[in-house]
Write a protein that binds this ligand. Structure first.
Ligand SMILES: [Zn+2]
Length: 64
């Protein structure tokens, strides 16, 4: 698991939900934005590429 999506329906400010990277088994609590499809977000710590598609899958499943 490298990406989680949290959606609190009562949180109007973040109605679209929030993404967090799971870095080496630990949740990084820095909120991520969906990156452009041609420029994946690369984690400087573990080196993984988080692609826009991963975010969309996480949105549907809760995690990737
Ligand atoms: Zn990482």
């Amino acid at each position: 698991m490298v990406l989680i999506y949290e959606n609190d329906p009562l949180d109007n400010e973040h109605a679209r939900g929030r993404f967090y990277h799971v870095c080496r088994g630990q949740v990084d609590r820095t909120e991520l934005q969906i990156p452009p499809t041609d420029r994946p977000h690369e984690c400087p710590r573990c080196g993984i590429d988080l692609e826009a598609e991963d975010f969309f899958v996480a949105m549907q499943k809760g995690s990737v």
